[in-house]
Design a protein around this ligand. Structure first.
Ligand code: TXA
Ligand code: MG
Length: 310
């Protein structure tokens, strides 16, 4: 997407005044503010209605800018060189003299960091004197925003500015990996486990597999379009929309597919916007047909399982 410098300038001006704005990223839109400012970070929590104990991901332009705030090791460097900028978030140890707001970290000694790939996000980060704290730009527990209109739908006039960046290319949040000791994935996301594993010698542990959700805490409702979702469904109920991967069903007003040819990357990109569309079309619930549990299908299933805990 073409970079509009006037828009970047406007975004910068507001951020410098400790305001909170929405920015595009390749995963989902983020609700961004100066990560070095308590006042700015507080606005994110308030706007998003996010519990204070849930820390924020910090977005950097590059490694040079990260050095002031975090320690890192060889495994981090390996993944950084291969995938960044891109849809991966690292948990690192925070430096004692870091200026990151304690509101953003909730006083934790670790920091979640990410280097977004979206050209507009990068061009903004490059001009700022500070990194950006940015959770997904949706109300807490709801489905993430993948376009500027999604953000406006959720926040209306409460948000000072939405930096336009078109549709998010990946459409699912970043993969979160704790890389400090033995690599451990904490959230499945837009970068597949297979591609991360190929670049590490140790076997990655997974702390967030959808099949392993056993405790109610882990499975609490998230990524919800606001109506019930039933997964792996064979038969649908009255007033229900049917969501399936591939466009091989008879055209019907209650049928929604995620990808014409069943491509999982395309399906990921379309997932959240399709859930929003079904809700807007006034269906009472969503029945989802089985989606293959491989590649980004794993992340899609993870999100659908969480969204089904209505
Ligand atoms: O793709 C993404 O990651 C998007 C875009 C905007 O960058 N951001 C995003 O942020 O999904 P959010 O806040 O919706 O999800 C961040 C997750 C939260 O579940 C939070 O608990 C976790 O990251 N997190 C943040 N700091 C952490 C830390 N120090 N240790 C473990 N988890 C952390
Ligand atoms: Mg989120």
């Amino acid at each position: 997407m073409k970079i509009n410098l006037a828009n970047i300038k406007k975004a910068k001006k507001l951020l410098n005044k400790n305001e909170c704005i929405a920015i595009p990223t390749e995963t989902v839109y983020g609700l961004a503010a100066n990560a070095y400012s308590d006042q700015a970070c507080k606005k994110i929590y308030k706007l998003k209605k996010r519990p204070k104990k849930n820390p924020l991901i910090i977005h950097y332009f590059n490694l040079k800018k990260l050095r002031k705030d975090c320690f890192y090791n060889n495994n981090f460097l390996r993944l950084y060189k291969k995938f960044c900028p891109g849809p991966i978030t690292f948990i690192l140890d925070l430096k004692k003299n870091s200026k990151i707001s304690k509101i953003a970290t909730n006083n934790k000694k670790t920091l979640a960091v990410r280097f977004p790939k979206h050209s507009i996000a990068r061009s903004l980060l490059k001009t700022l004197e500070y990194p950006l704290a940015a959770p997904s730009a949706n109300l807490s527990s709801k489905v993430s925003a993948v376009s500027s209109s999604d953000v406006k739908e959720d926040f209306g006039k409460k948000i000072k500015y939405v930096l336009e960046g078109g549709r998010s290319a990946i459409g699912l949040e970043s993969t979160i990996i704790d890389i400090r000791k033995k690599p451990k994935v904490l959230r499945l996301g837009g970068l597949t486990l297979g591609s991360i594993q190929k670049n590490l010698k140790e076997k990655i542990k997974i702390n967030n597999s959808p099949e392993k959700i056993t405790s109610p805490g882990q499975s609490k409702l998230h990524y919800s379009p606001g109506i019930p979702i039933r997964i792996n469904v064979k038969k649908i109920k009255k007033n229900e929309a049917l969501l399936f991967l591939k466009n091989n069903h008879k055209a019907n007003t209650n049928h929604f597919f995620l990808s014409k040819k069943g491509n999982l990357n395309e399906a990921a990109k379309n997932l959240y916007s399709t859930l929003r569309k079904i809700k807007k079309n006034k269906f009472k619930s969503i029945a989802v047909k089985k989606i293959p549990n491989k590649g980004l299908g794993k992340t899609i299933n993870d999100r659908l399982i969480r969204a089904s805990k209505f």
